[in-house]
Design a protein around this ligand. Structure first.
Ligand code: GLY
Length: 323
């Protein structure tokens, strides 16, 4: 596995000054890719989940299956405190989970504010495949999960509870800071040999959030969007910003209008920074198109993505708007 740190800030700022040409795009494209082959692109440093999803595709499983396999690995990991089991709780001490999945046929499933079910991505897939709906929320989502055979479990670990107790002791000051230390939502995009695309996204949301808060991750067009004719994109970071901008839908629309995934991610980040002064908050976007070209960009430095094809695994830092 290769870890590469990229310093593309200058390229990002150059691209802000002038419309992106195909030359500048080539310079900012994180990685040249083969035009065919299985591919998995994931937000943050998630090499094992990325590998697991690729292995699932190699075994001939569906794109949705690969996404559930990869994302479930992170949801099951108690050390990852922003996704699934072991996620940091809300201000009342409850772990509440959001997730969604969108497949190559445009079918979507989503759960919001789900409690006591370890794998919200699996429930999202069940919503997609076994319900006439797109989003199930709260108690209804939990009842649906149980009806579909999933077990209720305690999701608050000692480690996350200790952090919660410390936060309460320190005065319960809510912080919207969303970056790698507080927030590593997993968003995953998969592409098969034929260029079909699907994606998923899962999170426990902002640490110590207001009870009832739902972020971007389970909202189609905000945390995730897939158009099998064009490309796919998923987001991480402060959900409130992504929701206000429908950033992944925007990335796919930019690709539809001819931009590469890298150009599209940069343009969608630029759109955010034009409207709002978000110097302290992070948003990271990743994207893939039908040809298997990929892109990644963020507001602040420190956003990493993991990419895996059949040859190698690469973990890179994305180009960022601010230095
Ligand atoms: N991006 C995940 C969230 O804000 O909940």
């Amino acid at each position: 596995m290769k870890y590469q740190r990229r310093s593309l800030l200058k390229l990002f700022s150059l691209s802000i000054l002038a419309p992106l040409s195909s030359t500048s795009c080539d310079e900012t494209t994180p990685k040249k890719l083969p035009k065919v082959g299985l591919q998995v692109l994931t937000t943050w440093r998630h090499p094992i989940a990325t590998n697991k999803a690729l292995k699932s595709l190699i075994r001939g499983k569906s794109l949705s299956n690969a996404i559930v396999t990869g994302i479930s690995h992170v949801e099951n990991d108690p050390e990852d405190q922003s996704v699934g089991f072991g996620g940091r709780p809300d201000a009342d001490g409850n772990v509440t989970l959001d997730a969604c999945i969108m497949d190559e046929a445009g079918k979507c499933g989503s759960v919001t504010y789900l409690k006591n079910i370890k794998n919200p991505i699996e429930v999202a897939r069940l919503v997609k495949d076994h319900s006439p709906h797109v989003i199930l929320s709260g108690d209804g989502a939990q009842q649906f999960a149980v009806r579909m055979g999933m077990e209720k479990e305690e999701l608050l670990t000692e480690k996350s509870n200790n952090e919660y107790q410390a936060w309460k002791k320190e005065g319960s000051t809510f912080s919207t800071k969303a970056n790698i230390e507080n927030h590593d939502t997993i968003g995953m995009l998969c592409r098969d040999h034929e260029g079909n695309l699907a994606g998923g996204c899962s999170t426990s949301g902002l640490a110590f959030k207001t009870p009832g808060r739902v972020g971007d991750s389970p909202i189609i067009g905000a945390g995730l969007y897939v158009d099998n004719e064009i490309g796919a994109s998923t987001a991480t970071g402060l959900g409130e910003i992504v929701l206000k901008n429908l950033s992944t839908f925007l990335v796919v629309e930019f690709m539809r209008n001819g931009k590469t995934p890298q150009e599209a991610c940069i343009e969608a980040i630029r759109r955010i920074t034009k409207k709002y002064d978000f110097k302290n908050d992070q948003v990271g976007l990743i994207a893939i198109n039908k040809n298997g070209e990929i892109g990644a960009a963020s507001i602040l430095p420190g956003f990493f993505y993991s990419f895996r094809d059949q040859n190698e695994l690469v973990v890179n830092e994305a180009v960022s708007y601010y230095n």
